[in-house]
Ligand binder design. Structure first.
Ligand code: G6P
Length: 609
């Protein structure tokens, strides 16, 4: 989704804005632009495609000045083009915007009637014209922006400058993220923390319905009524290198390798072997509420929804509560059966996914208690929740989620044990064994990462396949879905994940000698059944890549390729079966030469419906 940066200080703004936008590239974009104000004039430079095109344009047309705003655009209204790229100007006013103005047609029509001439198809342009109108009528930039926002419906984060006040940036936020960075004599603005880290770790998170005025002397925060707001300045502990590739070819590969460390951070301070219990510092449900939970509804999008499906198995197993998993985009438009005895669990890496946030609000309005599993601190979803489990995975830059997924599953496992202990369904000994296994899990995952070279060889072998099928059962069914999603996201190969038992009801028709089928077959309660499915594939000449528990050679004769997995508790198998599937997707995509970290058409943080 779109990314916003802003800078006001004493250094050349253009370079700082461009570097900031590079840190937001992972959000997905199709065009970009900058506006820099100097000596009472604002110059705008925009280009379609990657930021390298904007950097090139900047070489031919340098923008001088120490105040500016920048933007990467992910098209919603109007195709990707230079005219539709941000910033958008009208008279002295220049604006960048992330989000969607729902009533923009009515606003545009009214402005056009009053003589404003629009130059783009975007909803954003209403801001520049409407704010200009108010400035022409004598209001300050801040007051003009505030007045215009009162008539705007929808989601937005905006940054506005005006040559009439060339010493400030005005920003506002409603539903799209915006963060202020503070340094000596400088103020920054960005959609996400990584864009600020090379300059400062002192940040202020803006909340819904807030505005800010940034000057070289600092910032003022206020609500849309203009009343001042005091907010604690947060110190970000992520180092800039945590948001860099540190020697890996892609962020995705770096993030795959970071998984054991990320899992340790998810577990840190939360597991007590001595008391056989889990401590969740931001979960505040009363014992009585926990005992009375009738249903858990997990809602999420994309990879996070797959973590939710794993969570269903874990929570039902540990706490014996019925769990439903619903895609957020479906849940929000149904008439869901949710009430005060429902625990609604939102799972979201970014904490900003529009559908997940809307589903959460729907559940909240119906009286459910809201618990979120989020990675980004203070994100919109985190703030809208009663209870929180932060995954502490660190910044995830690759669009295809890896370490966020792993830590989401782990956080849901902690929740399962926490609920089970309080509902009396997890006895002391069983809990301690489970927790001991969890403490050892990052090490087991580390060991599993050793399969990289073997999977690379398989990637060479299978990279030209047109379709892939992934089969799993029980706890590994969601991993079959996730493996297929990873492959299609980054390699653009069509792939389907299926419950192995369902194969005979459809996908078996697709199987021939050209079809690689990844079969998740570790030892466990589903083993015999999945072996039957594997045989059904082989009987139709499909090429079988089997994931088996190490030392199991009984499938050697029936499989074309075998990847071994260390033995773990059945409930924890998703943590090891995931790894080879991440590598398979990564290496195939890399061999095909696709844009691994920013696959076409995808965005990291999907803040539109
Ligand atoms: C996008 C991302 C996925 C992610 C999904 C949900 O589609 O590309 O990687 O799983 O959104 O995002 P969230 O931030 O809510 O986990």
């Amino acid at each position: 989704m779109c990314g916003i940066v802003g800078y006001i200080g004493h250094r050349p703004a253009a370079e700082i804005l461009l570097r900031g936008l590079e840190r937001l590239e992972y959000r997905g974009y199709d065009s970009a632009g900058l506006a820099v104000t100097d000596a009472g004039t604002t110059e705008v430079l925009r280009s379609v495609g990657k930021l390298s095109a904007l950097a090139e344009a900047l070489k031919g047309h340098p923008l001088t000045g120490t105040l500016g705003i920048g933007h990467t655009r992910w098209a919603t209204h109007g195709r990707p083009s230079e005219e539709n790229a941000h910033p958008h100007s009208a008279g002295p006013v220049t604006v960048v915007h992330n989000g969607i103005v729902e009533n923009h047609l009515a606003l545009r029509e009214a402005l056009e009637k009053r003589g404003h001439v629009f130059r783009s198809e975007t909803d954003t342009e209403i801001f520049s014209h409407a704010i200009r109108e108010q400035i022409d009528a004598g209001l300050s930039l801040l007051e003009a922006t505030r007045k215009v926002l009162a008539g705007v419906e929808g989601s937005y984060a905006i940054a506005v400058t005006s040559t009439t006040e060339p010493d400030r940036i005005v920003a506002a936020k409603n539903a799209s993220p915006l963060i202020i960075g503070l340094a000596e004599g400088e103020c920054y603005l960005a959609s996400d923390v990584p864009a600020l880290l090379q300059h400062t770790r002192r940040v202020v998170f803006m909340f819904e319905g807030e505005m800010a005025e940034l000057t070289r002397d600092g910032y003022r925060l206020m609500n849309l009524a203009g009343e001042p707001i005091e907010r604690e300045v947060k110190q970000i502990t992520w180092t800039p290198s945590q948001a860099e590739k540190s020697g890996h070819k892609h962020f995705m590969l770096k993030e795959i390798y970071e998984q054991p460390r990320a899992m340790v951070d998810t577990l840190r301070g939360r597991v007590s072997l001595e008391h056989a219990d889990v401590h969740l510092e931001d979960v505040h449900m009363t014992e009585a509420f926990v005992k009375g939970i009738e249903r858990v509804v997990i809602s999420a999008c994309g990879t996070a929804a797959h973590a939710g499906l794993v969570g269903k198995n874990l929570i039902e197993g540990a706490a014996r509560i019925p769990v439903e998993v619903d895609l957020a985009s479906e849940f929000r438009y149904r008439d869901p059966v949710v009430g005060p005895n429902t625990l609604f669990v939102a799972v979201s890496q970014s904490g900003e996914t529009a559908d997940t946030l809307a589903a959460l609000r729907e559940a909240k309005a119906r009286g459910a208690r809201i618990l979120s599993v989020c990675n980004v601190i203070d994100s919109s979803i985190a703030r809208a929740s009663d209870d929180l489990i932060y995954t502490h995975a660190g910044p995830e830059i690759g669009v295809a989620s890896t370490k966020a997924f792993m830590t989401q599953m782990l956080a849901l496992q902690l929740l399962a044990v926490w609920l089970g202990r309080r509902r009396g369904t997890m006895p002391f000994e069983a809990t301690r064994d489970r927790l001991q296994a969890l403490v050892e899990l990052p090490g087991v995952v580390e060991q599993q990462l050793g399969c990289a070279q073997q999977v690379l060889a398989l990637a060479h072998k299978y990279m030209n396949a047109r379709d892939f099928l992934y089969l799993g059962r029980g706890v590994n069914f969601p991993i079959a879905l996730e493996g297929a999603l990873k492959l299609k996201e980054i390699s653009y190969i069509h792939a389907e994940g299926y419950a192995a038992g369902e194969m005979k009801h459809g996908p078996i028709a697709l199987i021939d000698e050209a079809m690689p089928v990844v079969v998740l077959a570790p030892q466990g309660s589903h083993y015999d059944k999945i072996v039957s499915n594997l045989q059904q594939v082989k009987a139709r000449l499909g090429q079988v890549i089997a994931l088996v528990t190490e030392g199991n050679h009984s499938l050697d004769g029936m499989s074309d390729d075998i990847i071994e997995l260390p033995p773990v508790l059945e409930a924890l198998q998703p943590f090891v079966t995931t790894i080879p599937l991440q590598f398979l997707a990564y290496y195939i995509a890399d061999l095909k030469g696709t844009d691994v970290d920013q696959p076409r058409n995808l965005a990291k943080s999907v803040t539109v419906e």
